[in-house]
Design a protein around this ligand. Sequence first.
Ligand SMILES: [Zn+2]
Length: 489
Amino acid sequence: MRQIRWILWVFILAPVIGWAAPGPTVGTNGIGDEFFPLFGNGGYDVQHYDITLSTTLESSEINAVVQIDAIALQPLSQFNLDFREFAITSLTVNGEQPEMFIRNDRELTIILASPLEEGEAFTINIAYAGRPHGTSGSVQWSNGWNYRRDRVIVASEPGGSSSWYPVNDHPLDKATYDFTVTVPAPLIAVANGELVSTSEHDGMITYEWAMRQPMASYLTSMQIDALVLSTEGSENDPRIRNYFPVDRADEAADVFQYQDEMLAYFETVFGDYPFDYYGSVIVNAALGFALENQTMTLYGVSILNSPDNNTQVTIAHELAHQWFGNSVSLSQWREIWLNEGFATYASWLWYDQMEGGRGIDYVVEATYNWISGREGIEQGYPERTIRDFTESFVPPLEAPANDLFNGGVYERGGLTLHALRREIGDGAFFETLLDYASQFRYGNATTEDFIAVAEENSGQELDAFFEAWLRDPIIPPIPQMDLSSPFSE
Ligand SMILES: [Zn+2]
């Protein structure tokens, strides 16, 4: 019902103000995502977020001041930010109080006292305090701010960042970030990029972090926990810094010791690492996921307990996201396979490295047999059961909004890339990966963009190939491998 009221606002206001062109117009309440229409906002482009935040943890409350530097993309009389909960104690645009602001679920609408011109740079300052949304229940990858009695775990894919700071919350509007975070000593606050300074005062520690390359908002890290900085095991690459639980740091350093080798290998396949730093933070909680926050992947302690090969494949997957997902970001959440299919295939490439170049066919065959139902048939399961199982892996572009991270996006997404490799050959395939990573570095891409790069490098027409792999209900055969669906006619 609250959303319906908001829709009326847009319909009533937008035409009235829009007709008065070229005067000020209303920035839309969404950036145009097909799956999540209220994610992000239209009419402006954020350049930089400066987030200053403190918490004592005891009350689970935060106090924060955020400055947003943005550019108006059209004349603006009002615009939105994504921002939930909290009491806003002050809000100015270019130092001036707006005529009014309206809160409605994740939408904060700011009606300006002085309209902005197209191309005008402007600054928003917002001070707020309170208890972040999503502070109870199990830690989810989409909650945003997860508060526990003695720690904070932030995981925001796809739309959780608005749970703790005002933001244009969609990968289409990337920005640089500064974080100044004050927490009780001796806790560590781990954000993204470079740790610029730490200072201690009155039992509190302030950490300043700077993320200097553009970042999608869902990749913001803010882990507050009893951690220790560790560079052990990654001495070969000074860019790597990890934060591990104080009492499991040695064990973690052992498990994470190959990140420098992975990074060096991926640079040979995907091109230069896009950021200044990389590392992993393991929080003192069991998480059912890992999340590739920019330059600082988030893990729970569960990563230390899984079988070695699986662990290394997961660590490689998250690292590969820094190229695919973080540097080259999707444009629509529907195309999540551009993140997950690519990171999955990259993790298989790393597995191949671990196995001395003999691993890729093994993984591809095992994955194909598993999700196509070949394995189930071999093991004598009833056909109905196998069909249901295989249908649970949807084609990569068919995952619905409420099942964004469907297994098909990962496994069939990875297989799509291997099928492409067999279709166009190793030379054109690896050139395609390099070109795609460099052409769309720090920006956004679509499936169409990727297909165009693959067609350019191979000289082949690939629309039908991708249509089958990304949308056909029945998984296609892989060229030059004796693999096809038992359910194809
Ligand atoms: Zn992933």
